[in-house]
Write a protein that binds this ligand. Sequence first.
Ligand code: ZN
Ligand code: ZN
Ligand code: ZN
Length: 246
Amino acid sequence: MGLLCTRGEITQKFPCTNDTLFRASIKISANSLEDRNDIIILLQDEKQEFVLYESIAEKPIKVIFKGIHASTPKEYVKQELEVTTIIQFKNFKEQSLHSVFQVDIKRSAQAQQIFNITHLCHFKITVESPRRRNTATTCYKCAEFHHTAKNCHHNLRCIKCGKNHATRDCNIQENLPNPTCINCNSTGHTAAWKGCPAFSKFNTKQVNSSYANITKRNITQQYGNHTQPKEIAQDPFNLPSLNEVK
Ligand SMILES: [Zn+2]
Ligand SMILES: [Zn+2]
Ligand SMILES: [Zn+2]
């Protein structure tokens, strides 16, 4: 069944859905979690490709704590707060930890109080919001931008040949000297490149100014090495609520 038939069926069965055009795709906002689940089943039954998105209400609040000594076990921080995920910035080259922690907490009316905390684990701390990540997310399943493989219900797409298999399973094993991008069809880069015109077409924000990049730059200046956050737990509240149909 074609996309338009499926969309017609969704509108008929779920008249309260709200459709908007979103990055050249149709974004379907369901009226309830129940409708959302039924729409997902319908899309899967009709073998449509789609991506799941989280609603703001379901996204956790992300907070950066500075000032807790780097040797403090993450579990101590986790014990003092009801956090779902905790990340400590790490210097991978020197295998050392930094005194910057990022936590996710479930969104609620009280959750904003976390910004008023002044002391944690017996340290005087500062609390900040992480800067928005403006760099592109590239899905390793379908190679498109702005979503992760976890939420992707697209077919697999190889960045070397564009066919429906994982890039690691491609017959082309060697690195191509002049690859053709499967997102924009131009040569000289692969679909994973953030400078791809297909990415900038839908991205209105400047790249390279995310919190992680700035922190990385600052810590690199300070310590002369690269750092990356290390995630230790999956967020159980990471429930997507919106569906995007290609
Ligand atoms: Zn994808
Ligand atoms: Zn291939
Ligand atoms: Zn491209």
